[in-house]
Design a protein around this ligand. Structure first.
Ligand SMILES: [Cu+2]
Length: 576
């Protein structure tokens, strides 16, 4: 799909105009093009049975993409396999001798295999790449052979168990009493969101392990590395979730009027998981009832390891393998339209001012806010610095909330990293987005993405350098786009085998209402529980908020509203 121009889309969604025609994009690998071999991005017209194409040229992208920038394909992998097979006719006897009989050719149950790596070159006319040789066992990513093969004594079959998911049986299992199953989520009165085609609506103010049992699944289709449409079934899921903590709460118990109030945190989650060779990335978009949108990616899967050599580079996490130090940095394009498209970038920085009366008194000074609007793309960037805490928000200066402040949404990082490598390192030619925790640019349909699929093949000569988008356009009362990078440093340890734990490897940010509403938007749901104490009778009562009572099938375990009422103090009111 080639998305329509933003103006055409808004004319349809907001203006009631005709739906923009569906557009299709094809990426063609033209080995014998008259202008030289190349990858050509083109709009193919008319869908669904196109008869001609129009090349797509983005202003800041290089117009000619070399054929060597194409991603790998099954056909090419078959070629690599054949080449390696040829090479191992010589290598197999040596390798088998030092690796317990594992060989590439004629191997039966002790086979070697290889996996792909990136980049496939450095510059555009280059295509050469390392392929790591592994033992072909479950969890092969933890079984590097290493380029310099060392004899370190035999490796027995049992030693391969560490890289599998098989439950360990040689120690006492950690079982709950009676082997009881864990808590399950259920929807006592059915689903509260509607799915209509690709449009999901939730609240409107009126099977499995990847996603909860109650989720709704969508398929994803693509046309890559083949001539038939490939359908990835159930690859995106939508579900509503009880986050298990209050969104807001207070219990006023020691003064009149006594009350307890709490808003439940329900969230609608849109989730997809992509497995890229050894790693699995879970992409979550979490929508909360107070208008907050959480965006996060969690990493799971097998580490790409190297042969363990010496200490300073890594920790050892298997008999042979070292977990290599690496970063996970993700870049998002966030197109916020706050009360229309005329938006600005507002910075709120906390500064400490020392007052006259603080001198000589070890005063802590007073915290103040310094607010400013960015004029151009050059000063609409955010580099997170704990010494100058700053919230950056996209706001509409001409749309004020009831308190007189510009309505906006701020970008709140959950995690962030710094590149650590020098600015002129080769990877920074394509990954320079890592430097900017936020960069806001004027919206252009001509600037669709910050990298392209070709750039991992030619990192020194990428099709697009993200920094070129930051070229001085005005971002004051403009349609703007926020580019957000969030990452984490991964220091692999023993517990990363066999699999990287998701609990520590989440990266992301939160889009939070920043004076966008006049008050907490969650109060406009009915998910509020309020228990008030009547002054005269001193009886506690649950206020009816109009929500349907839980169905009978709800187990009466945990703290129900009735249990909360019982927990109220006795009628004796000690406080005046
Ligand atoms: Cu990692």
């Amino acid at each position: 799909m080639l998305p329509p121009a933003k103006a055409d889309m808004l004319a349809h969604i907001d203006g009631g105009g005709p739906a923009p025609p569906r557009r299709a994009q094809a990426i063609m690998f033209l080995f014998n093009h008259t202008d030289g071999p190349q990858c050509l991005r083109a709009e193919v017209v008319p869908p669904p049975s196109p008869t001609y194409y129009k090349p797509i040229n983005y202003t800041k992208h290089t117009p000619h993409i070399h054929i060597h920038s194409r991603p790998g394909s099954t056909q090419e992998y078959n070629g690599v396999d054949a080449l390696l097979s040829e090479a191992f006719k010589v290598l197999d006897p040596i390798v088998a001798e030092v690796n317990g009989g594992y060989r590439f050719n004629d191997c039966e149950d002790k086979c070697l295999t290889w996996y792909d790596s990136s980049p496939r070159g450095m510059v555009r006319a280059e295509r050469k790449c390392w392929f790591a040789i592994q033992r072909k066992v479950e969890g092969l990513y933890l079984h590097p052979l290493g380029l310099e093969v060392r004899v370190r004594g035999g490796v027995t079959e049992e030693d391969y168990r560490f890289s599998t998911f098989n439950p360990r049986t040689d120690t006492e299992p950690h079982l709950p009493p009676g082997g009881r199953p864990g808590p399950r989520q259920y929807e006592p009165a059915g689903k509260r969101y509607d799915v209509n085609g690709k449009h999901v609506s939730w609240l409107l103010l009126v099977p499995g392990s990847d996603c909860p049992d109650t989720a709704t699944y969508f398929d994803f289709s693509h046309l890559w590395d083949g001539h038939e449409v490939q359908i990835n079934e159930n690859s995106v899921c939508v579900f509503e979730m009880d986050m298990g903590l209050p969104l807001r709460r207070h219990h006023q118990h020691h003064t009149r009027p006594k009350f307890a109030a709490s808003i439940k945190t329900y969230a609608l989650v849109v989730r997809s998981i992509s497995t890229v060779y050894n790693y699995d990335y879970q992409w979550d978009h979490v929508f909360y009832t107070d208008g907050t949108i959480e965006v996060k990616v969690q990493a799971f899967g097998y580490l790409q390891t190297v042969r363990y050599e010496v200490d300073p580079y890594s920790y050892k996490l298997s008999p042979d393998a070292a977990g290599t130090l690496h970063d996970h940095v993700v870049h998002w394009k966030v197109d916020l339209d706050i009360a229309g498209q005329s938006n600005s970038v507002m910075r709120s920085t906390i500064v400490v001012r020392t007052y006259v009366w603080d001198v000589g008194m070890k005063g802590i000074g007073g915290k103040r806010l310094v607010r400013s609007m960015a004029e151009t793309e050059h000063n609409a960037t955010l580099f997170i610095n704990p010494n100058t805490p700053t919230r950056m928000a996209v706001v509409n200066e001409d749309a004020l909330n009831a308190r007189g402040n510009p309505r906006g949404y701020c970008i709140d990082h959950k995690t962030f990293t710094y590149p650590l490598i020098p600015d002129d390192a080769w990877i920074m030619e394509t990954a320079n987005f890592m430097k900017y925790h936020v960069a806001v640019t004027a919206h252009k349909d001509d600037e669709p993405t910050s990298t392209t699929i070709f750039d991992q093949a030619t990192p020194k000569e990428p099709v697009v350098r993200f920094e070129d988008y930051i070229d001085g356009d005005s971002v004051r009362r403009q349609d703007v786009v926020a580019w957000v990078s969030a990452g984490t440093w991964h220091i692999p340890v023993a517990e990363d085998a066999p699999n990287t734990p998701s609990t520590a490897h989440a990266v992301g940010f939160v889009l939070r209402p920043f004076n966008y509403f006049d008050e907490d938007a969650a109060l406009h749901t009915r998910e509020v529980t309020i228990i008030r104490n009547d002054f005269e009778t001193m009886e506690a009562a649950v206020v009816d908020t109009g929500m349907m009572a839980p169905r009978d099938c709800v187990p009466h375990a945990g703290l129900t509203a009735h249990a909360a009422v019982d927990s109220f103090d006795s009628p004796t009111d000690d406080y005046k």
